[in-house]
Design a protein around this ligand. Sequence first.
Ligand SMILES: Cc1cc2nc3c(=O)[nH]c(=O)nc-3n(C[C@H](O)[C@H](O)[C@H](O)COP(=O)(O)OP(=O)(O)OC[C@H]3O[C@@H](n4cnc5c(N)ncnc54)[C@H](O)[C@@H]3O)c2cc1C
Length: 423
Amino acid sequence: MQRGLMWFRHDLRIHDNPALANLASSCDTLTCVFVIDPSWSRADHFQSKHLGPQRETFLWQSLTELHRALDAMGQKLIIRTGNPLEVVANLCMDHEFDLIGVTDHPGTRERHQVDTLVSRFPQRVVVSDAHTLFTQHQLPFDLPDIPPTFTQFRKAVEKKGIQPRLPLPVPESLPAPLAGMTSEPAPLSDRRISPYQGGEIAGRAQLNHFLWDTHRVQRYKETRNGLDGWAFSSRLSAWLANGCLSVRWAAAELNRYERNVEQNESTYWLYFELLWREYFQWMLYHYGARFFRFKGIANKRPLTTFYAEAFMAWREGSTDFPIVNAAMRQLKHTGWISNRSRQLVASCLIHELGIDWRYGAAYFEQQLIDFDVAANYGNWQYLAGVGADPRGSRRFNLDKQAAQYDPDGSFVAKWLTNEEPLY
Ligand SMILES: Cc1cc2nc3c(=O)[nH]c(=O)nc-3n(C[C@H](O)[C@H](O)[C@H](O)COP(=O)(O)OP(=O)(O)OC[C@H]3O[C@@H](n4cnc5c(N)ncnc54)[C@H](O)[C@@H]3O)c2cc1C
């Protein structure tokens, strides 16, 4: 009797989940677990928590949806609370699992968890990759030689014609659950804070919506710098970050769209942005803890001061810059802002207020429902001039940007006039 344990982390899906597929084909019983770490809710991280209320809601929706999908296959999701590594290690000792499946992730904590598990239970842990488009084997360079800029990375990948791995389908069946496993009740809230709904079904529906239903992908390159509204960009990030949607699935669908409907600059640009995501994942794999240092991967010390008041004004949306204030209020209320807004508010924190970029990155971590450790810290470093940027640093003229991207002032008016505006 082979007993399997599937430890879900940032892969909250049953499609294209090689770890789950592997256990499905090699075990007689299966236990599926997700661990809530209480430290996520403590505000000890540059004055922010790891998990703010919007992120938490999205996570719970995703877990509920995963539980439903497993339940439809005769399985269930066991939720536990505690230090994830300890919880999983205790489960392994109590139930003597023969195989432990987990999806690799570049986060330093996540890698430490896997390394420790492998050293404590050698031969039993199977680490699968599915968080990135490519496998490490496919990369046209050894990780220590990762190109220093995105453009070099993209060209290296494209020149060699490297294609994303094809996604796996949902397993046909899953082994039965191990008897006697209990789960904590899910404290689900039904508060709807935005049109985002966590989980695999909603993630795949949004992909279909952007490609096949509305064909908005065909104009993505022209619209992608929008500030507000649902239609100007793919809105896939939250599902990708939580692993409700596989990035390989998204790339395969985009490719199918290009073959069957239309291939143009905009459809390429969506892939181009997925390559940005990819680049930051591999950068984090390579740099590890250096990714989070004040001096960044460039090892340059930015000039900063810390005024608690200025930081609070930034967080609350009461700086001298209306465009920044509008975006920060949108972020506070909804857990999402556009890429353009992220650039503007980050530029304000770093260059106008002179604050350490890591305070901004940590606040984004708390607030963003699409928080992805590699994309977030990679972008913040880039804007602070301590990351993978040949140009040094990026300072935006906020008045000019407001005139260009919010010419009629409607974005500012919407988010500054209402107390708690709805989407
Ligand atoms: C300071 C800052 C912090 C950011 N933090 C995050 C984060 O925590 N999580 C996150 O997913 N993205 C982050 N981004 C990148 C980008 O802003 C979001 O991915 C994007 O706005 C999400 O909306 P979308 O899905 O509609 O994106 P689209 O424009 O439709 O792009 C499609 C996908 O490509 C990827 N992508 C797009 N732009 C980038 C980029 N610049 N870097 C990396 N991946 C990208 C995302 O997975 C996105 O879902 C950050 C950008 C900045 C400037």
